[in-house]
Design a protein around this ligand. Sequence first.
Ligand code: NDP
Length: 434
Amino acid sequence: QRRNPGEAEFHQSVHEVLDSLGPVVAKHPQYAEAAIIQRLCEPERQIIFRVPWVDDAGTVQINRGFRVEFNSALGPFKGGLRFHPSVYLGIVKFLGFEQIFKNALTGMPIGGGKGGSDFDPKGRSDAEVMRFCQSFMMELSRHIGEYTDVPAGDIGVGGREIGYLFGQYKRITNRYESGTLTGKGVAWGGSRVRTEATGYGTVFFVESMLATRGDDFDGKRVVVSGSGNVALYAIEKVHQLGGVVIACSDSSGHVVDEKGIDLELLKDIKEVQRGRIADYATARGDDVRLSATGSIWSVPCDVALPCATQNELNRADAAELARGGCRIVAEGANMPTTPDAVKLLAEAGVQFAPGKAANAGGVATSALEMQQNASRDSWSFEHTESRLAAIMGTIHDRCLATAEEYAAPGNYLVGANIAGFTQVADAMLALGLI
Ligand code: NDP
């Protein structure tokens, strides 16, 4: 904490991983001898830069840009960009730290990194978003590349922003280097299923959890927080598998729709009109109301999928979920569940899937996008989705097997932390003191 003052989220994510590692370090003294943990906690490189741009009124605006290149033992740095007013170094570092282990779990050759800006795209015109992205890329372009660092989207960065960023990268470098950014449109080097991948992947992971006790999604009541990229496609896959999503949200509140969320309507409002969850309630009429107070986690359900943001599910929420009969919490978002909530869920016998395992489908499909770019190929939706489903099944089984090996049977958090850590640690040992 003395070394990284004021970076609360980063401290939280490091604690969460280190809490699981005692038995590993005891079993493998070479990790301590080579100071693997200390090296893992120190990013290889962090870049902070000024992003000046002009808004539609002609006023000069200044934002701060970040890219934290955390660990490249397994491959080029890989991780998204987040545009949200809450972004500061502590958020970017927590996300980058998580990304190291998540990327290892995918089994793909990718290191961990993350970036973003405190720019808020909400309420900005397309032209403003484009000018911001172009200015952001002026600096970022010096640091990224197919073999160096490959950014993607995250909160506030979707297909529109990746388009502007890639266009500017291409212009600066005079190279159509598709493998430098992922999350591109299918017509210009993107992969099918990338848009859907994180949400679908989270639901595939839960499907495997249910299967371990001979169960499935059929008829399950599911609550999904958020209504952005991850949430929308988690809802879609739950519905395809026979479950019903009865509630979702944005930062202004949540809606409960007992008949099941009307996904086509929600997609139109969120993806086309860039509207709010309140617009969904209005469009659905009397049956559905926006609840601006109270927690979405008080809605009784079988499965809860936090898919919005960090620390959105606290201890009181976890208690509500357990009381309402929830059996599984799986993180579509990064670190949405607070440490004391994770503890309460365990005590209450609710199965918990951490984000670094459950939401790894997004980055895994980004790695599949890089594969397609490298071979100048474009795979079908069915082929790409089957690859994603297989990867999620493998991550699930690996977490369970590792938890079992380290005497914590059924504990996905311990399994994910140890499996991700050992893979990166072994690579760092092999590569020497770098
Ligand atoms: P989007 O920007 O598409 O959607 C974010 C959603 O979360 C919106 O509904 C937003 O509501 C809500 N939200 C954001 N911040 C807050 C907040 N402070 N309080 C309440 N609600 C909030 O982002 P994504 O769907 O891409 O990302 C969601 C989560 O999933 C993040 O934690 C991200 O790191 C993680 N993730 C994303 C991946 C991806 O492929 N996109 C991959 C792996 C993880 P509002 O519009 O009102 O702000």
